[in-house]
Design a binder for this molecule. Sequence first.
Ligand code: PLP
Length: 398
Amino acid sequence: MTIVPHPFDALMEITVRPPAVFVRGDGSWLWDDAGKRYLDFIQGWAVNCLGHSPPVIAEALNQQAKLLLTPSPAFYNAPSLELAKALVDHSCFDRVFFANSGAEANEGAIKLARKYGALHRDGAYQIITFDGAFHGRTLATMSASGKKAFEPLFEPKVPGFPKAKLNDIASVKALINDTTVAVMLEPIQGEAGVWPATDEFLRELRTLTAEHGLLLIFDEIQTGFGRTGKLFHYENAGIEPDIMTLGKGIGGGVPLAALLATEAASCFQPGDQGGTFNGNPLMCAVGLAVLGQIGMPHFLKSVAGTGLFLASELQRISARHGLGEVRGRGLLLALDLKRPIAAAIVAQAMEAGLLLNAPQADALRFMPALNVTRDEIIEMTDGLDAILTKMGVARCVA
Ligand code: PLP
């Protein structure tokens, strides 16, 4: 095969990328332009819930592309109506606004909460968010995030996002005042290194927000659409938020996101919210196809089972190499390395044809396709085991 060199100097450098150029994907596997094959446990950052290029998405795109791409967001189209109805039927929410990215869905949630405050809470606008949170890269969602690296960037930030501590209800209570309208969180903090809110904390938050008449907003962009073994993570805690955002998995690899709200919280009026591509039929047709697969009775059960298998394999590796805890839920897991070697492992794994993610210097995050097989999990843990052995990690345990 002749390799045509790619020019690397036309893209803005927004992150440090390895030199591989990816050209094809199939299930849990990716190929670069030199023909090298990689086992992918990143999957576009928990995006490709059905793996790379599943036929069901190719088929939905093909069918819909021949019918209608974008009439206008100011007209109804059939796929967006059908997908909104399906999401409402599968959840505790009544209304849906479609977006093109997770950050845009969260921006919509923030606007909806502020509108609610203007209408029902005497202009209250503050949204309590959490240290370590990640809600996106628009200015408001960066301001809502509690990521240390964001702090010096793009000042001044959007005001109104006081930060509480995850799993510390007293820290939330201490921030509530007359200007508070909502509490917003990721039920598992993904980018921070997969730190779960406990089910008990989520229930306490529901009680506290209800007592104060505040909205509870779940950012399920990473946890939603089956990732934790339920269609939506809030089901694990047995509570119902007022607002939820979805992204990543809902499109299975295409740009689709959604903002869902109860009837009581759905207070946008004409002119408040919109966007040229929002709810376009091409992406919504994909969302319907993805939900058709994920929503099948056996599918979520199998995610929960595969998640337990992955966790037990990671625990075995951890014990063998003297590493730390395995945390998370379903197929969103982290392995605590107890020392800052994550970047070195990721680099060696890539060499060996294994794609892993290091959200923090001392943690690896695993977010494979939801239909990853046990054989693929064993292949990944065997590869990781070999890298850790080569690095002599067990020998440096104190
Ligand atoms: N919220 C959470 C919890 C996320 O994990 C992400 C992306 O990683 C976002 C929001 C932002 O989504 P997007 O990158 O699609 O804007």
